[in-house]
Structure formats: structure tokens, C-alpha cells
Design a protein around this ligand. Sequence first.
Ligand SMILES: *Cc1c(COP(=O)(O)O)cnc(C)c1O
Ligand SMILES: [Zn+2]
Length: 412
Amino acid sequence: MTFVKALRCRECGQEYETTAKYVCEFCFGPLEIVYDYDRIKLNLTHEIIQKRSLDIWRYRELLPVEGEEYISLQEGFTSLIRANRLGKALGIKNLYLKNDCENPTHSFKDRVVSVAATKSKELGFTTLACASTGNLGNAVSAYGARAGMQVYVFIPSNLEKGKIVGSLVYDPHLIGVEGNYDEVNRLCSEIAGKYKWAFVNINVRPYYAEGSKTLAFEIIEQLGWKIPDQVVIPVASGSLLTKVWKGTKEFIKVNLAENHPMKVFAAQAQGCSPVTTAFLSKTDTFRPVKPNTIAKSLAIGNPADGYYALKAISESGGGAEMATDQEIIEGIKLLAKTEGVFTETAGGVTIACLQKLLKAGKLNPDLTTVALITGTGLKTQEVLFDSLKPISIIQANLESFESKKLASIENY
Ligand SMILES: *Cc1c(COP(=O)(O)O)cnc(C)c1O
Ligand SMILES: [Zn+2]
């Protein structure tokens, strides 16, 4: 049973059957899934959702698949944790972290790939592929393995070791392209035109992108079916931000949450900030940039959903911010030492931007605020090597320990 009605062009409204189609034949606009919200409203309640397994599929009526044979590793339903100590450090009262490091391949990409892999199998594909800045490749490799599909992952050849190993271990065809993500993506679009593969973020993109809505669904459910006042979201292609906004509106539409204003804030790295720059200069025309930042998972200079992300930010009355590489590192360390959460560079971008938005008075420190921590720091360890204090080496005896003055007398 499915509640999906069609694929619809986001620009001209033309509708299509739900196949592996992603651009409009008439205006080249991107396609998106349309659901039968009236029927979902009659079929989906808080009680029904709460009885289901703790993964993204508890919201299956709002996801674009037909059957119930999910390619799943129990992604989603990650912790929403109160961040009192970080909040105190930043001067904000009701701060929460949505900790997507807890996902099976340790980033939020497991949500989108679970949906994309499930749909790709339904559509009869036997090869799963993607253009990736790292985390997506990890998720496609893992879910492709689980689905028993052939896997092709294309990445910029200079990615972090943790992201390379995080794909290779699942034994995909991993192809490092000499170029940045935008060049990788252009190549993959050509390959997708020629080979009958499911590129999760190209020809299956309308389905893939829907997986990100589950972040919004979960946050609302975990807040007691209440929509937060403010969310800070790291932006690469702009898909995650766009879908968090869409998912929130859908929950209102199907009576799972009461209407409540929510401001959406974009967080980008200064070395790759096309969305933030366009927002701050009050334009909706993008200037693609050549990325130069340690936040490689966000290094998309020509964001496919940038335009829609900008629209969502404006519609919500939110804002946008950017962080330097140094601020990103400080953000990672501040989050770790105040809350015990070790995030990758993208999470550092979120925390640094949260801090700057608060300082600039753009975020209200009294309102319920959620920061999305989208991936784990274990995959981007190299950025910290020069900024952590060295470990203390001692001999295995008390004298050596005490001679180094590592403990003060109060510790006895
Ligand atoms: C991909 C990614 C994002 C941003 O996703 P988009 O949907 O492309 O904007 C954010 N954080 C992490 C860790 C990612 O891997
Ligand atoms: Zn169209």
C-alpha cells in the first residue's frame, strides 16, 4: 500500500509516473514526490507510529516506496539530547542536539540511502551508485551490500582516510576522481545517462531526498509532537534543509503536529558558502564556487537544491551563517568537551554557526532550538591532529606519575 500519487515538477507542476525520472521533460525543473495527504491523515496517528520499530520506517506512509521490504539497518530514531552545558557556554537556554552520528554508517546519509536503495530495488535496478563527498559513499556501500546489489561509488580522490575506509570495507567499486565534487557529479550525470544504474542522488534523487524528512519527523515526535522554534542545519546540496522544512509542513498537513512557526538556519563553511552568500546578499541567483575548506562533506560549490533551500530559509523567516576552518575546529572541540559528542567537520560548522547566529542576535536564546549533528568525528580525525594537546607518557610506576605533576593534591 502506498500513499504516493505521482512525481511532480517543482516548477511547472507537470506530473509523471513514479519511475526513475528526475527532471521535467518540459521545463527541466526537478521532480518531487506528491502524496495523498487526505488519505494519510485518515490512516496515520501518533498511536500507530509509536507502536512501530524505532527507525525511519515508522513514518512509512510519508516515504515514497510501494512495498514493505525495506533495505534497512535500523537507521534513524537517533537521540535528541538536551545540551545544557553547551547551551550555557553559548548563552542559550533550550538547546537540543539531534545526534545522527548514531546511524549505522555514522551519518544522516543512512536515512536517504535506505529509502533510495529500497526504491531502487522496487524499480528493478541491480546496481546502486552515487557521486559522494564521503558519507553518502559509505551509506551506499553498506546498504548496497545489504541489498546484494552491485555498488559504484564516485568520490573526489582527496577525501579523508576515514571516509575512504568507511566505503572500501563493504567492497564497492570505489572510484576516486581527480577533481572536486561538482566535477564528480557532472561525470556521474553522464554515466547515469548511459548505464542502467540507480544513482541515488541523480536519477533516484526525488525518492532519496525524501529520507531527510525523517529528521524533522523524529525531532517533532521526540519533543512531544511539538515543532521546535529554531533549527540549525548544515548545507551541502541543500537537500537536507529543504526536506526538513517540507517534512515539518507535512506533519502539520496530516494533523501529526500543530501549526507552529519554525525558523530554519543554514550553516556552511566559509570556504564553500554559495547558499549563505546568496542569502546574505539577498539574491536567489547562485554563483557556483570552487570549494576550499576542511568541511569536505559540505564541499558542494554548485548546490542542486540551493535555490529551494534559500526559499525555505526565507519562507521560515530564518537565516544563514558561515564558519572559517578554525571556527569549525573550535566548534568540534567545544561540542566534545561540553556534551561528550564527537562530530565531524560538518557538525563543527553547525556549532560554529549556531554560536555566530546567537552572537549576532539572529537566533533567539530563549526559544527551543535544535542543532543537527549529522556525522561522526571518527571519520575526519586528521583535522584535529594539530590542535589537540599531546598525551602524557609516563613509566608504569607511581613515582613517574607524580613527578609529572599530572594530578593536584585535591585529587587524592
Ligand atoms: C551530505 C551531508 C550534509 C548535507 O547534505 P545536503 O542534503 O547535501 O545539503 C550534512 N552533513 C553531513 C555530515 C553530510 O554528509
Ligand atoms: Zn516542469
